[in-house]
Design a protein around this ligand. Structure first.
Ligand SMILES: Nc1ncnc2c1ncn2[C@@H]1O[C@H](COP(=O)(O)OP(=O)(O)OP(=O)(O)O)[C@@H](O)[C@H]1O
Ligand SMILES: [Mg+2]
Length: 271
């Protein structure tokens, strides 16, 4: 059974895709749970697909998640190998996903992840910068949600809205959805986090929601996807690689163990 993680933030350019790439690669390198990772690109812009498939011009793939969602092909037929050194698979994006954004279909992706759950240890879903139908599908399919954010651009209003959206998903589509946490990205290494904002984040999402490891702004992190590599193969000793590795090994994997136990309890209480 896979752990399904949706990477979500309705704001654009906050490090969602970068985090999906580096966490997917990191899970293959540093997680002992299993070595198989599938990524799903639910963003019609397809930045994750371009990086993982080594596409300079961003031409869409011939078999995409859109074809799977509209049931033209099976989930298995959409699985595409990537050019990354790590053994990551992808269900690539399509610009046609935009047309699905106009529908009211929320549960289609859940069926796709369920169908592939036994084949992968991890499924990571990248989402577009809005809380529309495509992101809702990701949240309905996910066990856990990770929110990357450059904290200085974060407002309490945005946080409260996000919390309300997650609660709505839990009530309507996915009662087992759990918050994995908030990952600070693109932080200026010299600037301290605003204490007031930290308190506000803790008020909304709980005291342990914010991960202690902060990904600082790092040129190598920005360059690696353009070279079609994870940060670990691009420069394994750079600050960005160290931080993503620390986040994964010291925080994310142990947090997931706790949440998995909680999930098992919730399932037991339910049935
Ligand atoms: N730690 C970092 N240091 C420097 N640049 C970064 C870092 N993380 C992300 N970036 C850069 O910031 C930009 C936005 O990142 P990314 O594409 O991951 O965000 P996103 O949330 O997926 O954006 P969108 O919502 O548009 O899909 C990219 O150019 C990326 O290379
Ligand atoms: Mg993105």
């Amino acid at each position: 059974m896979s752990n399904v993680i949706a990477v979500v933030n309705p704001k654009g350019g906050v490090g969602k895709t970068t985090s999906v790439l580096n966490i997917a690669a990191g899970l293959l390198r540093y997680s002992d749970i299993t070595s198989s990772v599938l990524t799903i690109d639910m963003d019609p812009h397809g930045c994750l697909s371009s990086a993982l498939l080594g596409k300079v011009d961003g031409t869409p793939s011939s078999r995409t998640i859109f074809d799977i969602l509209r049931r033209a092909i099976t989930p298995q037929d959409g699985i595409t190998s990537t050019v990354f050194q790590e053994n990551i698979d992808i269900l690539p994006a399509s610009p046609h996903l935009e047309s699905m954004a106009k529908t009211q279909i929320y549960d289609r992706l859940k069926k796709v992840t369920a169908a592939l759950s036994s084949a992968y240890g991890w499924i990571l879903i990248d989402t577009p910068p809005n809380m529309g139908v495509l992101t809702m599908n990701a949240l309905a399919a996910a066990d856990y949600v990770l929110v990357p954010t450059p904290i200085n651009g974060l407002s309490v209003g945005t946080l409260r809205k996000l919390k309300a959206d997650l609660e709505a998903i839990k009530s309507n589509q996915n009662e087992l959805l759990q918050m994995l946490g908030i990952l600070v990205t693109m932080k200026d290494a010299r600037t301290k986090l605003d204490e007031k904002l930290v308190t506000e984040v803790e008020e909304v999402f709980g005291t342990d929601a914010l991960f202690q490891t902060h990904i600082t702004t790092n040129t190598k992190v920005e360059e690696a996807p353009g070279a079609f590599q994870s940060i670990y193969s691009y420069d394994s000793s750079c600050v960005g690689a160290t931080l993503y590795r620390d986040f994964l090994k010291k925080e994310m994997l142990s947090r997931l163990k706790t949440l998995e136990k909680r999930r098992a309890e919730l399932i037991e209480a339910r049935y």
